[in-house]
Design a protein around this ligand. Structure first.
Ligand code: HAM
Length: 417
């Protein structure tokens, strides 16, 4: 029986693998300009970390984590997102003591046991960033610009930014009360999960895949903000307008993770169906303190690499990577005693920057030419016994089917031209 990749996972290959690299390159370039440093945190962490950071009553922690117990009896989970690990590392290494601000980025696989569908996987990739220490809307504004720069550097310009404010511990209780009252009045029509969440975490109901869409009349966070949150939001709008950054205010936007305060956002693209969120993020001013650190404002985002690449290239992602035959040379070995010269040619042409492959003298010349063709070579250097005696090789052009005999000494020059 042939084994297949586990449900919800897949192999990233062909054009898709190249697209991942292109997006990473665009992100690296933007991170450099915005002053971010890289951090690589473990792919698994203690289950407790995600419970405390992402939230006990979120879908992610309640039903989507890959949990396991190691041989020492420790309860661990594959990371469902990157912020928790970065905050843990930030505190563990006292990065907060290095000065006022710290900017960290990461790239890697995340794991959620969701029901797989187009654009939704159990293993997916994120490029994310976390900015600690700056409480100002300036930080929110530049984070949004950073996301836009990463996407446009990758060639994806047609995206929509949706923004909302979720308030802070000062105004959230009043909003929560209004929402609980509204939801209680609709209790009978709520799903079982939401009935349970109603008391513990009513905001989650707005994000519920079953009930969310039917709660259009629910109270909106934007109508319950305190003066400070309202001022923060207004200043952010002004900063974004001052640089002609387009966005839409989306009072229905809530997030599937509990740590957010004030600004939250989502980047959406057309043409991706239900899974149209390319990325998301927001402010989480209370989290570092809640995790035992000093009072530290923070904001961050994560892009879903799989979705961003699909949005940019569509079905072309599933095709083989197009190669440039002009740069691809195949060295065919025709006859005994040609191996060492062929191997030197291989080394020298690679050193000259060409993409080079070599045949095998155990195979017939015809079979080697078939390899060359299948591999996408533009030209074949045929190393033959007779020609070697004269200090020459045959150069075959697979494009126009011409062939010439050229001196070994001049080979590199001819091929590099
Ligand atoms: P999130 O909204 O859970 O936020 O995920 C961010 C992005 O990851 C989504 O917009 C989506 O593109 C992608 N994504 C999520 N789940 C899947 C999936 N099952 N399959 C494919 N792609 C997926 C976070 O993870 C936060 N940590 C973002 C953040 C960083 N907030 C502050 N700092």
């Amino acid at each position: 029986m042939r084994l297949a990749a586990p449900r919800g996972t897949r192999d990233i290959k062909d054009r898709e693998a190249l697209a991942f690299r292109e997006l990473e390159a665009s992100a690296l370039e933007a991170f450099r300009r915005y002053g971010y440093e890289e951090i690589r945190t473990p792919v698994f962490e203690s289950r407790e970390l995600f419970r405390r950071v992402v939230g006990e009553t979120t879908d992610i922690v309640e039903k989507e984590m890959f949990d396991f117990t190691d041989r020492g009896g420790r309860e661990l989970s594959l990371r469902p997102e990157g912020t928790a690990g970065v905050v843990r590392a930030y505190l563990e290494h006292s990065l907060d003591k290095t000065g006022g601000i710290k900017k960290l980025f990461y790239m890697g696989p995340m794991f959620r046991a969701e029901r797989p569908q187009a654009g939704r996987y159990r293993e997916f990739w994120q490029i994310g960033a976390e900015f600690f220490g700056n409480p100002s809307p300036q930080a929110d504004a530049e984070t949004l610009l950073l996301v836009r720069d990463v996407l446009s550097g990758f060639g994806l310009k047609d995206v929509a930014f949706h923004l909302n404010s979720l308030g802070c511990p000062d105004c959230r209780p009043a909003y929560r009360k209004a929402l609980t009252e509204f939801l209680s009045a609709h209790r009978e029509s709520l799903c079982e999960d939401c009935k349970r969440r109603l008391d513990k975490n009513p905001l989650r109901c707005l994000d519920c895949k079953t009930d969310g869409p039917s709660l259009a009349d629910a109270p909106r966070t934007a109508d319950h903000l305190c003066d400070a949150c309202r001022a923060h939001d207004k200043e952010l709008d002004g900063l974004l307008r001052s640089v002609e950054f387009s966005f839409v205010k989306d009072p229905r936007l809530v997030r599937g993770l509990d740590y957010y305060t004030r600004t939250v956002f989502e980047v959406k693209a057309g043409g991706l169906g239900a899974q149209d969120a390319l990325g998301a993020g927001g402010r989480y001013d209370g989290l570092v303190k809640q995790m035992g650190g000093p009072d530290t404002p923070a904001i961050g985002f994560a892009l879903g690499v799989d979705r961003v690449c699909r949005s940019r290239y569509g079905d072309a992602l599933d095709h083989a990577v197009p190669t440039d035959p002009a740069r691809r040379v195949f060295v065919a070995l025709a006859g005994a005693g040609t191996g060492e010269t062929g191997f030197k040619i291989l080394r020298d042409l690679r050193a000259a920057g060409l993409t080079v492959e070599i045949g095998a003298p155990e195979k017939s010349l015809k079979a080697q030419l078939r390899w060359a063709d299948g591999w996408g070579a533009g030209r074949v250097v045929i190393v033959g016994e007779e020609e070697l005696k004269r200090g020459t090789v045959l150069l075959k052009n697979l494009g126009d089917h011409t062939q010439s005999e050229i001196s070994l000494n001049g080979l590199e020059k001819v091929l590099a031209s």
